[in-house]
Design a protein around this ligand. Structure first.
Ligand SMILES: *[C@@H]1O[C@H](CO)[C@@H](O)[C@H](O)[C@H]1NC(C)=O
Ligand SMILES: *[C@@H]1O[C@H](CO)[C@@H](O)[C@H](O)[C@H]1NC(C)=O
Ligand SMILES: *[C@@H]1O[C@H](CO)[C@@H](O)[C@H](O)[C@H]1NC(C)=O
Ligand SMILES: *[C@@H]1O[C@H](CO)[C@@H](O)[C@H](O)[C@H]1NC(C)=O
Ligand SMILES: *[C@@H]1O[C@H](CO)[C@@H](O)[C@H](O)[C@H]1NC(C)=O
Ligand SMILES: *[C@@H]1O[C@H](CO)[C@@H](O)[C@H](O)[C@H]1NC(C)=O
Ligand SMILES: *[C@H]1O[C@@H](CO)[C@H](O)[C@@H](O)[C@@H]1NC(C)=O
Length: 671
């Protein structure tokens, strides 16, 4: 705050030194403004203002306004000294709409600076209707008029005139300049928005008033636009003010003066065009200009933001997790983008099913047109992922005609995507329980059972390492185009072995297929797979789920193993066969499957046959051992060993089963 007054004080001292002596002396009468930084010697009037860059703005686009700027001190004219004067200034007129600017600027020599009674618009802020044209005005004006006014017999819209005491010009000409180079007159548009230079020279001896117009880009033309004989001694008084008056009417323009040089004692010094202040950018668009720019910048920013966001979203949409250790699995890795495209963005229309591990979608790989099934397994923990992926990939090497081929995988944050061969006929449970699918014949069922045994045998014994399936059930057996059974989802349960809460044992499997020891220890073996397979065989033969709840229309819940063993003890095992088969089956095979089912459901793990044995029994290569008549031998709820599971609240055990479906595979058992 302290600096500002000091600067202005310094400024005032400068002004004092430069100008006060002139006005006091009254014979030194010249000044030059290359921009109006020196405001102190101008008297502003109306809406006139000086911009910070030194630009003098007489009017803006406000209507019916006047703006004036007069040199503060009067000049001596009609005295013993010369009446001659010389002035030049640079002006600009910027209209809002083409040909709708107005009204103009007048360089004025006047005995008074008081124009309080003057009018705007066509009077240019100099006269009013009653004093216009009166010789008592003693006013000389050089008008730069942009409106053709018939009342004043204006020759054109765009003209320059010499006016004495009124708005009717003594002499006028359309705006143009003489080009020294081309030797001809070239018209100019006063309202072009470009700065223009005007020279006004009066020689007392010649009594000739010359007015010369030109663009600022060229020096003063040799020929004036107007050269009018006039005796100023008849008009001008002794003491006169010099300055500018400007007005707007219903039409309006921004009227600017950029620089001004005046001399009473000789030719006025020419202005330094390059030092003049700049007009607001794009002239008449002074106000909308910055708005357009701001708008443009805003639009650009929005576009950049949108494009950036789209890019990021796209990146996020297809983002994957890829770690160094995965490099060796490259060929098994699918890009998320491809899987996304293949499944139409995991569209619900492509949904094949939903199970305990996640949703399965149908897809067609864009590159090869190969049909695939994509399983989205949600998985939060990074822990164990490496081992799991290693296993998955190694399982991709499992090749068996009764396994659903795993083609590869993809990892994203929080989920794993497994890509399998597509099985056109879907899962077996739909054929068994849904009326929409055709009934499977016994031949087909028997072949499916054999296929699954074959696949389990391969997993348990024939591959390089033992692979446990852990979730054998009808809904995990898929049917290919020839209705061959193919075991799916093998090994997936391993994913849940890792990173589990030590307070709970995560039991993977499905109620009804869970071996009693599995629920107790949580440890899966080939024997627990065999137990589940037993339940599966009974399911296929009987066309009933391992556990049927009372809610399903029965008086009481049915545990399939109990019921089949009861039939067997009654000596009527065939009563358990699926009524939908209507007796169309090979009796020996049906009996074999039912008995084998019971055998596999033995509560004692060691008493269950291996898959190799099961295969031998089915092939007739070995005779089935006698089934124990002990009433508590079969199933989860009839075994002594299953006492732990019996103490496990039933409601809790059944809850997931009843609320979900047999496809739900994971039970969290509190220990
Ligand atoms: C013109 O200038 C006056 C005085 O500075 C101001 O009040 C008015 O808003 C301006 N009009 C426009 C259109 O800028
Ligand atoms: C015109 O201006 C003069 C002063 O120059 C004033 O006396 C007169 O009243 C004005 N007339 C009107 C109509 O404003
Ligand atoms: C240029 O215009 C002026 C004024 O109208 C006129 O006197 C002069 O003869 C013109 N010159 C040429 C070369 O046309
Ligand atoms: C005015 O113009 C005429 C014609 O070009 C010229 O002879 C005369 O010297 C000029 N007078 C002044 C003061 O410039
Ligand atoms: C200008 O001065 C002359 C001589 O002093 C005088 O005759 C004349 O009336 C004056 N003009 C005006 C308009 O006062
Ligand atoms: C005014 O004219 C005098 C005499 O020719 C000259 O010395 C002076 O520089 C001029 N000043 C301006 C500002 O034109
Ligand atoms: C302009 O000049 C003055 C002085 O020479 C005359 O008195 C006016 O009558 C004349 N006006 C016009 C319109 O020519």
């Amino acid at each position: 705050m302290a600096i500002v007054p000091r600067i202005s004080l310094h400024f005032l001292i400068l002004l004092y030194v430069s100008y006060i002596p002139l006005s006091l002396a009254k014979d030194e009468t010249y000044f030059i403004y290359n921009g109006f930084h020196d405001k102190a010697n101008l008297r502003l009037d109306g809406i006139t203002e000086i911009h910070r860059n030194g630009l003098l703005q007489l009017t803006n686009l406000s209507r019916q306004e006047v703006g004036r700027a007069f040199y503060q001190f009067p000049m001596k004219f009609n005295t013993t000294s010369s009446l001659s004067f010389s002035t030049n200034f640079v002006f600009a007129m910027v209209q809002q709409v083409k040909n709708l600017g107005g009204h103009g600027i007048a360089f004025t020599i006047s005995p008074s600076r008081d124009f309080s009674h003057a009018q705007a618009n066509r009077y240019l802020g100099l006269f009013n209707i009653s004093n216009n044209g009166l010789s008592t005005n003693h006013i000389l004006a050089i008008e730069l008029d942009t409106v053709q006014d018939p009342e004043f017999q204006d020759i054109a819209m765009n003209h320059v005139g010499i006016n004495v005491n009124g708005m009717k010009s003594n002499e006028s000409a359309p705006a143009m300049y003489f080009s020294n180079k081309e030797g001809k007159n070239i018209s100019l548009d006063l309202m072009s928005g470009n700065p223009m230079h005007l020279w006004i020279d009066y020689d007392e001896a010649e009594k000739l008033l010359n007015v010369t117009l030109a663009p600022t880009t060229i020096p003063k033309p040799n020929q004036p636009l107007l050269s009018t004989p006039i005796d100023l001694s008849q008009i001008l008084l002794e003491s006169m003010y010099v300055g500018f008056s400007s007005a707007t009417g219903t039409l309006a323009s921004d009227h600017y003066i950029l620089g001004w040089s005046f001399n009473k004692s000789g030719p006025s010094q020419s202005l330094e065009i390059l030092r003049l202040p700049q007009l607001p950018r794009q002239g008449k668009r002074a106000i909308p200009g910055p708005m357009i720019m701001t708008f443009g910048i805003a639009v650009a920013l929005v576009l950049i933001t949108v494009a950036g966001a789209a890019y990021i979203l796209r990146r996020m949409k297809y983002e994957e997790i890829r770690e160094d250790w995965e490099e060796e699995y490259g060929p098994h890795r699918f890009s998320y983008k491809n899987l996304h495209k293949a499944t139409k963005g995991f569209n619900d229309t492509e949904l094949l099913g939903e199970g305990g591990f996640g949703k399965v979608y149908k897809g067609i790989l864009p590159s090869s047109n190969v049909q695939i099934a994509v399983k989205r397994v949600s998985h939060d923990s990074k822990q164990g992922m490496k081992e799991f992926v290693a296993e998955i990939v190694s399982m991709g090497r499992l090749r068996h005609r009764n396994l659903v081929q795993l083609l590869g995988y993809c990892r994203r944050r929080g989920e794993l995507l497994l890509v399998y061969d597509y099985m056109p006929n879907g899962s077996l449970d739909k054929f068994l329980y849904s009326n929409e699918q055709p009934n499977l014949s016994w031949v087909q069922r028997f072949r499916i059972i054999r296929g699954v045994v074959s696949a389990l045998l391969y997993l348990h014994e024939e591959w390089e390492q033992v692979v446990l399936h852990r979730d054998v059930k009808a809904s995990n057996v898929l049917l290919d185009a020839e209705l061959n059974g193919r075991l799916g989802d093998f090994g997936l349960a391993r994913l849940y072995d890792h990173g589990t809460n030590p307070q709970t044992t995560l039991v993977v499997g499905t109620v009804g297929y869970l071996a009693p020891e599995l629920t107790r220890t949580g440890r899966a073996t080939t024997c627990t797979d065999a137990f589940a397979f037993g339940a599966f065989m009974l399911e296929v033969a009987c066309g009933r789920r391992p556990i049927e709840l009372p809610a399903q229309g029965l008086a009481e819940g049915v545990i399939l193993v109990d019921w089949v063993s009861e039939c067997w003890r009654r000596g009527a095992i065939l009563d358990a066969s699926d009524p939908k088969l209507e007796g169309n089956y090979v009796v020996e095979e049906m009996v074999l499957v039912l008995k084998l089912g019971l055998l596999c459901s033995n509560a004692i793990p060691a008493a269950r046959p291996s898959m190799k044995q099961v295969m031998q029994f089915l092939d007739g290569d070995a005779d089935l051992p006698e089934l124990p008549h002990d009433s508590v031998s079969f199933g989860a709820f009839t075994s002594n060993e299953a006492s732990d599971f019996m103490s496990f609240p039933f409601s809790q055990a059944y809850a997931p089963f009843s609320s979900m479906s047999s496809t739900d595979s994971i039970l969290r058992v509190g220990r």
